[in-house]
Design a protein around this ligand. Sequence first.
Ligand code: PMP
Ligand code: GLU
Length: 393
Amino acid sequence: MVKLSERIGLISPSPTLQLLKIKNTMKKQGKDILDFGAGEPDFPTPEIIKERGIDAIRNNHTKYTPVTGIPELKEAIIKSYMDEQGFQPGEEQIIVTPGSKFGLYLILQAITDPGDEVIVPKPYWVSYPEIVRYSGGNVVYADHLKENSLFELTADSYTEKFSGKTKAVIINSPSNPTGMIMNSEELKKIISACVDKNIFLIFDDCYRRIIYTDENFESPLKLFPDSMENIAIVSSLSKTFSMTGWRLGYTIASEYICKAMAKLQGHSSSNPCSISQKAAVGALLDDQSYLAPMIDEYRERRDFIANRFNEIGNISFVNPEGAFYFFADFTYYINKMGFKDDGDFAMDILNKLNIIVVPGTAFGAPNYLRISYANSLKNIRKGLDKLEEYLKG
Ligand code: PMP
Ligand code: GLU
C-alpha cells in the first residue's frame, strides 16, 4: 500500500452522500426506507429538459466542449440572469462546471494560499469546510447558532471574524441546512465590508429559486454591479430543475477569476458534460411553468412539518424561508432518551424506524437533525407519525 497524501488526510467523506449509500444498501435488503436525508429534489427532471438531453445525444453533441462551457449555454445564463437579476455578465465572466460543488472547489483552489482564512457560515453545508481545508486554507466560522438571533445570516457574524489573514467569505442564501435567507441590508453591509478590505465574497445561491417569502431575491451582483472583482456567484441547476445527476453548475465572476478556474478545470474535468450543457440551455430558456407548482408543493410540505413539530412539542426550529430542509433542535429528546449525541440518535431512528435524517453535527450543530422535505407529503406524514410515536414512546 502506498502512503496517501497529507492533503487527502485533511478531509473526510461527504456525510450526506454517504447516506445515499446507506439508503441503497437498505433498499437492497428489502427495507422500506423513508428518506429525509437526501438533499435532492424528489421530482423527476422535467420532460422538456430530458428531451433536450436526448436530442443532444441523437445529434451527436457527445464530444469535448470548450473548457468553460458552450457559447449557447453561456448565452442562456446571461439572458436568464439578466431577466431575473437585472445584471448582465459577459461571456468571459462565466464558467460552467460539473455541478456547483466543483465550481466552489475550483474557486477555492484558485484563490487560497496556505494559511489564508476563509469564513464559512455555521451551521454549514457539509462540503464548505472540507473544500476550504483541501485548498490549504484555514476555516473560520461565522456563527449563526446564537441564541438570540438563531440562524440569522448577519453581516456582523462575518465581519467580527475578519483578520489580516481573511481571504474570502462564503455566504449561502438560502442556506443549507437552515433555509434562512440573508436580507438585502445585511448583504449590502457584508459586500461593502469585503470590498473595503479586498476580501473575496463567494455567494452560493443554488437554492435561490426555491424560496417561500414574498420578497425578491437580490443577488450581490444586482446590488453591487461595480464590485464584481470581489464577488463570485456560484450557482447550480441541480435543485431548481431537479438535475442533480446531470452535474451542471456555473460561476459568474470576474474574468481573471474565471480564467484561473478554467486552468484547473482544463486539467481536471476538461469540461462539464456536453449532453447536460444542452439540456441546461432548455432548462434556462424553455417554458418553466413546472417550477411554480414544485415550489408550492415544497411550501405545503414545509407548513405541514412546522405544524406537526409544534404538535409533537419540544422540538425547536426556525421556519425555513427557502431550500427544502428543516434544521431542528432535538436536545430535549436526545437527553430524555439518553443518547450520547445526535449521531447515535439519528442512527437509532434509522435502525428502528427505517427513517433517514442527517445528524446536526455534520453541519457543525450538535443536537440538531436536518430533515429534508424533498419527499412526498404522503411519506412525510408517514415518517412524522412514526417519529411522533417513537419520541413519545
Ligand atoms: N451548495 C449547496 C449549499 C448545496 O446544498 C449543494 C448540494 N448539492 C451544492 C452547493 C452542490 O450542488 P451541485 O454540485 O449539485 O450543483
Ligand atoms: N447538497 C445536498 C445535501 O446537502 C446533496 C448532497 C451533497 O452534495 O452534499 O444533502
